[in-house]
Design a protein around this ligand. Sequence first.
Ligand code: HXC
Length: 514
Amino acid sequence: MSKSLEKKFKEFEDRSKAAEIGGGAERIEKQHACNKRTARERIDTLLDPGSFVELDKLVIHRCRDFSMEKNLIPGDGVITGYGKIDGRLVYVFAQDFTVFGGTLSRANADKQIKVLELALKMGAPVIGLNDSGGARIQEGVQSLSGYADIFHLNVKSSGVIPQISAILGPCAGGAVYSPALTDFIFMVKKTSYMFVTGPEVIKSVTHEDVTKNELGGAMTHNTKSGVAHFAAEDDVQIMMMVRELIGYLPSNNMEDPPLKACSDDINRREEKLQKLVPDDPNKPYDITELIEAVVDNGGFFEVQPHYAKNIVIGFARLGGRPVGIVANQPAHLAGVLDINCSIKGARFVRFCDAFNFPLITFEDVPGFLPGTLQEYGGIIKHGAKLLYAFSEATVPKITIITRKAYGGAYCVMSSKHIGADVNFAYPTAEIAVMGSEGAINILYRNKIETEEDRKKIIDNYQDTFANPYKAAEQGYIDEIIMPRDTRPKLIQALEMTENKTETTPPRKHGNIPL
Ligand code: HXC
């Protein structure tokens, strides 16, 4: 090989190596000491081995203020490209905290924008691995413009391709709004946090003392704010969870979620379900036991398991076909509908509708939660979100009432009246305007003289309404089924609704009560 050729090849190798070591050995060590993987290590853990194709490895920033022209690191603090998860194409960007704290420059934003645009054009999910000090201060408005362009693309891509964010370090200021616009947020415990203003600003404005972790750590956003959907112990666990989630999702809104060969008997009857719903209507039971007993091989990927536990949401497969599950949880606050669980349920229903997941609803709900906190907090508009979401969804909708379906909650939880395709009820179902105690207090206020009379009236009310037969007589329930038959009945209903088409009147978009 000639000297000049050798020199050219060496230059390419040197430049490539410089990009690969990012901020250098010392900063990489610091990253590891904080129990954080580097951006490259994270990508390697996330994607199928050897599948990553890097783009824009040699991009440098264009800032000439603050002597930044003397500090150029190829790649400029973000690694971008595409690769595969279980053989399926995904796009990825990973902010590199070892380079300028992973902060957003204009050049670095352009790299992220390139993968977002490619993902949208090619119809594949995009996964953002966030670990960044936010806007690069030296770049001023250039950096802000980069953020705003990313936000705009997030919104354009919403409902077209799945967008997933993993928060693996700091995520502060406006930088939280790109993850907030995506479909699912994963956070790692102890090393990640998200907030609009940090503890110091809060201290100076409101005099509150709060640590970074209390303010915006993984469990804060998984239990209190509902901003995040998943929490993991470390970077590796997050990557495994993202891979599992991707396995359920279609690549874009024009595809159906991917079928998987089903090794679980589609006609399997579950005898233990006959006893799951207790005789006593006030006794709780765990709805996840029912879900896990009926779905393929007990596989339920729960979303937001730590937040608003009175509703359970998540993905599973039935006969190999991915479905979205929404279920009231009688084991938490009796499964009542409140503000937080309505918002949690509504957002999930809309995701499922956008990405062609049939919706399976398990219903056992005593109604909406009474109280001034709920009313002042706007339960009217937040509860309406869930109603709106179920009502506008045009995917197959299958509902099973296991026990209580009272009042407005009966209407909201994917009832026949708001477009459900198949409505089942167990013989234990109670479909009424309200429970017997409440109803009797209103109907017979001051008119019941003895306890014996009261008991008689309650028994009479229960005989009349605490069952599914009045609804079945009207055709609001298509079929009353034995609990043991839930799995085969659901799979049959999914087959029947497989080619559902529903047209809606043309409009720009509806006006969901936000
Ligand atoms: C430029 C930054 C930076 C920033 C960190 N660095 N943040 N450089 N702009 N915003 C640099 C540091 O100077 C340092 O460089 C390296 O990144 C690592 O930072 P450290 O502070 O040493 O790390 P650590 O102690 O782990 O603290 C991390 C941190 C802290 C918590 C993120 O750096 C921090 O608070 N940064 C500022 C965060 C912030 O307020 N960002 C702006 C948010 S407003 P050297 O060379 O020393 O290694 C925003 C607006 C967006 O983002 C609006 C969109 C609409």
